[in-house]
Design a binder for this molecule. Structure first.
Ligand code: SAM
Length: 190
């Protein structure tokens, strides 16, 4: 098993391994996400999809002062995330769920980081997340970007194309982000 494959095992021991590695890199990994989400300036209820060990969800709840609900397919990740929130004294509701099928209600902001390229069917996952964005609300995705000889995740063109089919999107902004990341912001029409 290669280093990256080992790093991307999300159940059992793999979840703990991911948590320890990402905890060390979190300021770099979540730099864009925290800044972008703050810049949106949206209050209310946030939903995080594929939240892993909950590092970002806890930061978003604390730093943006918003209500956060977060879910992940991996039971082990959700257990780590619940403990993190408890230890930090931050109120985030973590649940096990599948981005492609589960419905958690409507939110002002639905966001996800470094998870989309793991979904079996990213089109279906995005469509499902989009139905949980309130009218006038925002969908925000940050993911790894694959370039020709380097990188991990989807190519920028593939990533961008996923957002073309969102129904009733008022504004869509897809950008390359440094280093080897891509982000998308889509605002739902009222
Ligand atoms: C690379 S980790 C990213 C975790 C976290 N968002 C972060 O930024 O560190 C990818 C996560 O996506 C989750 N995931 C993969 N497929 C999923 C799905 N269909 N529904 C929900 N979560 C999923 C995995 O269990 C894993 O925790």
């Amino acid at each position: 098993m290669g280093i990256l494959e080992k790093f991307e095992q999300f159940e059992g021991e793999g979840a703990g391994r991911y948590d320890r590695a990402v905890s060390k890199l979190s300021s770099l990994l979540y730099w864009h996400a925290i800044r972008d989400l703050k810049k949106l300036g949206v209050n209310g209820r946030y939903l995080e999809a594929g939240c892993g060990p909950g590092i970002l969800a806890v930061r978003v709840a604390r730093e943006l002062g918003v209500e956060v609900v977060a879910f992940d397919l991996s039971v082990s990740m959700v257990e780590i995330a619940r403990k993190r929130a408890r230890d930090a004294g931050v109120n985030v509701r973590f649940m096990v769920g599948d981005v492609e099928n589960d419905y958690f209600g409507e939110f002002d902001v639905v966001y996800s980081t470094f998870s989309l390229h793991h979904w079996n069917n990213p089109e279906k996952g995005l469509k499902n997340l989009w139905r949980m964005v309130k009218s006038g609300g925002v969908l925000y995705i940050l993911d790894a970007r694959k370039e020709r000889f380097i990188g991990h995740g989807l190519s920028f063109d593939k990533f961008r194309s996923l957002f073309e089919g969102l129904e009733n999107a008022e504004k869509i902004e897809v950008r390359k982000r440094f280093p080897l990341m891509a982000s998308a912001v889509a605002v739902k029409g009222v």
